[in-house]
Design a protein around this ligand. Sequence first.
Ligand code: PLP
Length: 377
Amino acid sequence: MNPKIWLSSPHMGGTELNYIHEAFDTNWVAPLGPNVDNFEKSIASFLQEDVHVAALSSGTAALHLALILAGVQAGDEVICQSMTFSASANPIAYLGAKPVFIDSEADTWNMSPALLEQAIQDRIAKGKTPKAIIPVHLYGMPAKKDEIQAIADKYGIAVIEDAAEALGSHINGKMCGTYGLISALSFNGNKIITTSGGGALVAHSKDLAHKATFLATQARDAAPHYEHSHIGYNYRMSNICAGIGCGQMEVLAKRIEQRRAIYTRYYNKLKGIQGISFVDEPTGYFSNRWLTTILVDAEKTNGISRETIRLALNEDNIESRPLWKPMHIQPIFASAPFYGDGTSERLFRDGLCLPSGSNLTDADFERIFAVLDKVFG
Ligand SMILES: *Cc1c(COP(=O)(O)O)cnc(C)c1O
């Protein structure tokens, strides 16, 4: 059996262990310390805006705290992109709030601004203004943020940006992670850079970022004993994980180049094949191309579907994966309201994520392309 080729595996830059050794040498083996501070500063500086960052144990934790800080409470409605990873929607349920799902549009595969506005009007007509909106930048492609923000502003609803997959993506130079009231980043093992597991909350407001850190460290009031006037969480990032993050930040720009080069490589390989399509960057949009994704129209490929390709790759121990299954057709969210036109269901039916790790070798690509040649032979 050939060795496994993963969809997106961790790719160390080389200096991560220096930061970890430093943490051991100085005994900062705790969920705070110099690496945490440096990592937060380094993210803020990468985002090129006056933002404040709280490093956390996961992107999911960041979304959970973001919703709390946006004032979401039990019984509130929160609008969420349907086509996404479940971690975008689960924190709504943690709070006893109710998700309302919105379909994708075809240009970016992200939240449709038209359906968003329709949904808001309908929810208001039914008696309730949604409390927050969670758009997602799938696979690194920015959502239509200006349009979404304009609608959110019109109805006075907070935007919580799920930028877990989009560190380094931007629209006309404005970075994903700086849109909306609060943004969430993820450094899970499969993301463009990793801390093994981790995330960050980003806010323009220093006060909100401080509150996030306060809630993430068990909400301890200032007192010599343990005094609490809020429910707290244990969501802070460890100084060891942050050490990995500090090393990874040194190679982030290179990782973005590498991921984009992988996209181009697949694009050049497959662009001539009838029935295969890619998602282009709209004018002014820049995707980090976290994962390269294709749509396979079986009616134009002589019956070759995304499953044909996935199974053929799997046969050679190569991992690929269908696009995110939309939340509105997940059993756990089946009863949630949904506003859509079938776009995300079509994307889920036809879409495939191809191996996209920045550590893929030429030999890996030879194997992947040999399988694709065989399928389309
Ligand atoms: C990875 C991811 C998250 C969650 O991040 P974790 O760090 O794994 O908790 C949230 N939303 C999206 C879209 C993601 O891809």
